[in-house]
Design a protein around this ligand. Structure first.
Ligand code: PMP
Length: 430
């Protein structure tokens, strides 16, 4: 078998047994299959090496197969696998670090995915307020639970199209009816939504810095307005820090911008690749978690706070809490964004660069977008050719134009400079 057949055959074999050959949406359409990772690099089955700017869509923050995490997890595997009785190994240690770092965290409960975390946050908010409706922002993805999988489909952008279209088929119709969707950075629209629905809103969900369609910050005053409206109406403010948590700062992006939510959903970077997520919140709200009495919101899960996940989280958070790791991520992010901006200017291509710390994106449009509709209005053809150029030069990025990219902390200045060269050459070909 020649080398390139190996990957085609692996994909064909997966398609025989798995719908579309993949078990998560954005994995579809690649011709590469990756079978080795280390530090800032991944290798495909043909042995080609790529600098990784996908990083498993967020979780890999320290580096692939980080020794400190692998060592901690293998120790847990050898000494205590899972019990499911009482507090789990390292659970309190991880919770203590999160509570110490995250402004909104008096208590923390663990689950296994960001989807679980936002679902539990919705349950807590409804249990606490006795209200039904949820508010969210157009384009922000909060996972696939029925409560929130609304208003981020990329189907219809005509001016009159409703914002709260379901993201996929099979969602409970009542979920769609109960979600109020507002355009991101639309101050007047947000006020109007609260004026109309305020007393019915159990919670408002927001990414404090949007990564669902690249990198789009809140305009000055927007999150403060959201905070004030929630406080005035008794609506629970939930920050979805699944992407920003532990990566933008140990205490989440809330610790950077100084707007404190009532609840926070987190996941991804907390465990450098192990499936750990959770909900953090103020004491009075977290007290609404209980089990099976019909009055409390339930939190149950075989794998919640598993010793493997907690061991990985503890090791990851200890490193992220040092004086070097997050500053290194910010320095590498700045270096890359500056280099990309120069490369774009030199090539004269209509594109712009956005980002925060280790996260970045190149939008193929003249100006930075301020909401979902603008972010989707990019030159897809230029993007596809740029993406192919990077890939052929050993730089791996998400394959759709609004996917946020990120580096892990194993990345070196040489990796970044190589990436800028690859981008310069790819842009010159457009
Ligand atoms: N919220 C945000 C902001 C996300 O980016 C994601 C995943 N990309 C989720 C929630 C869902 O997390 P998970 O994939 O772990 O269910």
């Amino acid at each position: 078998m020649n080398k390139s057949d190996i990957q085609a055959q692996a994909i064909a074999r997966a398609q025989q047994f798995v719908p579309r050959g993949v078990s998560s949406g954005h994995r579809v359409g690649w011709t590469q299959v990756f079978d080795r990772t280390a530090g800032s690099y991944v290798w495909d089955m043909e042995g080609n090496r790529y600098i990784d700017y996908l990083n498993a869509w967020g979780p890999i923050v320290l580096g692939h197969c980080d020794e400190r995490v692998s060592e901690a997890v293998s120790r847990a595997i050898r000494t205590c696998d899972v019990t499911g009785v009482g507090p789990q190994l390292y659970e309190a240690d991880v919770a203590e670090i999160v509570c110490g770092a995250m402004p909104s965290a008096d208590k923390v409960a663990f689950c296994s995915s960001g989807t679980d975390a936002t679902m539990h946050a919705a349950h807590i908010a409804r249990a606490a307020t006795g209200r039904r409706k949820l508010l969210k922002f157009h384009g922000s993805y909060h996972g696939w639970n029925d409560q929130l999988a609304v208003g981020s489909s990329r189907v219809d952008f005509s001016p009159d199209a409703p914002l709260n279209t379901p993201n996929g088929a099979g969602l409970h119709p009542g979920s769609v009816a109960d979600v109020v969707v507002v355009e991101w950075n639309d101050h007047a629209g947000l006020k109007a939504a609260f004026a109309e629905f305020g007393p019915e809103l159990a919670a408002a969900f927001s990414e404090p810095y949007v990564h669902s369609y690249g990198c789009v910050p809140a305009e000055p005053g927007f999150l403060e307005l959201l905070r004030d409206l929630c406080t005035a109406e008794g609506t629970i403010l939930v920050f979805d820090e699944v992407k920003t948590g532990f990566r933008a700062a140990l205490g989440g992006y809330q610790s950077v911008i100084g707007v404190t939510p009532d609840l926070t959903a987190f996941g991804k970077a907390i465990a450098n690749g192990f499936s750990v997520a959770g909900i953090a919140g103020i004491e009075s709200l977290m007290g609404h978690l209980g089990a099976y009495d019909g009055k409390k919101a339930t939190l149950d899960g075989t794998y919640n706070a598993s010793p493997y996940g907690m061991a990985a989280s503890l090791a990851t958070l200890r490193v992220l809490g040092d004086d070097e790791t997050i500053p290194h991520l910010y320095a590498m992010g700045e270096r890359l964004r500056a280099g990309l901006r120069e490369a774009i200017a030199a090539a004269g291509v209509p594109a712009c660069v956005a980002g925060l710390g280790s996260e970045y994106v190149v939008y193929f449009r003249e100006q930075l977008p301020k909401n979902f509709k603008e972010a989707m209005d990019v030159d897809g053809d230029l993007f596809a050719r740029y993406h192919a150029g990077l890939l052929s030069r050993g730089v791996l990025e998400p394959s759709f134009p609004t996917g946020d990219r990120r580096m892990n902390a194993a990345v070196t200045a040489e990796d970044i400079d190589y990436t800028i060269e690859a981008a310069t050459a790819s842009l010159a070909e457009l």
